[in-house]
Ligand binder design. Structure first.
Ligand SMILES: [Zn+2]
Length: 234
């Protein structure tokens, strides 16, 4: 929210816009007639970018597009005149000052897909990890049964065949499981690195990583503490 008081500066007779104690000249010295007061009208710009102009005192005159107003919604293209002499307010100058002061607004939307991709890939990796754990359990069970068969002399030569087969399968699962589990931490690190490079403040100038937070939680952030930009969800 920006609040600006517009009026004639005593002494210099230029048109001055004062925002938060800071003055911005809107016209040259000696250009403003005495019918413009030192606090003539107030311009407010809300967080949605809506401009509203108010005449400050009843005895003053403020015109928007030819009509006298108390309070009226205006835009940079409105024709605004001050005082009985219809001094024209340079709205383009007003706009350029407001632009400088208003925080930039960026949409969080593009981050939705980045979070979704990350979340999906991570889930896949976790499933893989679970599969590995199952392989290892199976491998353990097979080794144990192979050993037990060795203790049944009634099976004769057959027990060696079963033992050999079970051992072969156990070795297969062992090798396969360790191959996958060795590559997993690297893959996870790569995924996290990529995510940390992409899940950034939507202001292209700002390098702030938004953290490992789901997209739907970002909507509670009003803006960036680093670059001071504001966020929207649209
Ligand atoms: Zn930022």
């Amino acid at each position: 929210m920006i609040e600006a008081i517009i009026g004639r500066q005593h002494g210099t007779n230029c048109l001055l816009m004062v925002i938060g104690g800071q003055g911005y000249a809107l016209s040259g010295n000696g250009t403003v007639p005495k019918t413009v007061s030192s606090s003539h009208c107030k311009l407010t710009v809300d967080d949605n970018g809506t401009w509203k102009l108010s005449n400050i005192k009843a005895e003053l005159d403020t015109f928007v597009d030819g009509l006298q107003i108390d309070t009226k919604r205006v835009s940079p293209s409105s024709r605004v005149e001050l005082g009985a002499n219809h001094f024209v307010l340079n709205m383009h100058k007003v706009e350029s000052v407001i632009r400088q002061l208003q925080p930039a607004v960026f949409s969080l939307r593009p981050l939705e897909q980045i979070w979704k991709n990350y979340d999906d890939e991570k889930l896949q990796m976790q499933n893989k990890e679970m599969k590995i754990a199952n392989f290892q359990r199976l491998q353990g069970a097979l080794s144990m049964s192979a050993m037990l068969f060795g203790f049944i002399p009634q099976l004769g030569v057959f027990r060696w065949v079963i033992m050999g087969l079970a051992l072969l399968i156990a070795i297969f699962f062992f090798v396969r499981g360790s191959m996958v589990s060795n590559s997993l931490p690297m893959k996870l690190k790569k995924l996290n690195d990529k995510f940390e490079a992409e899940y950034l403040c939507p202001n292209p100038q700002c390098p702030r990583f938004l953290g490992y937070r789901p997209y739907n939680q970002l909507q509670y952030d009003r803006g960036c503490p680093l670059c001071q930009c504001r966020y929207t969800n649209t």
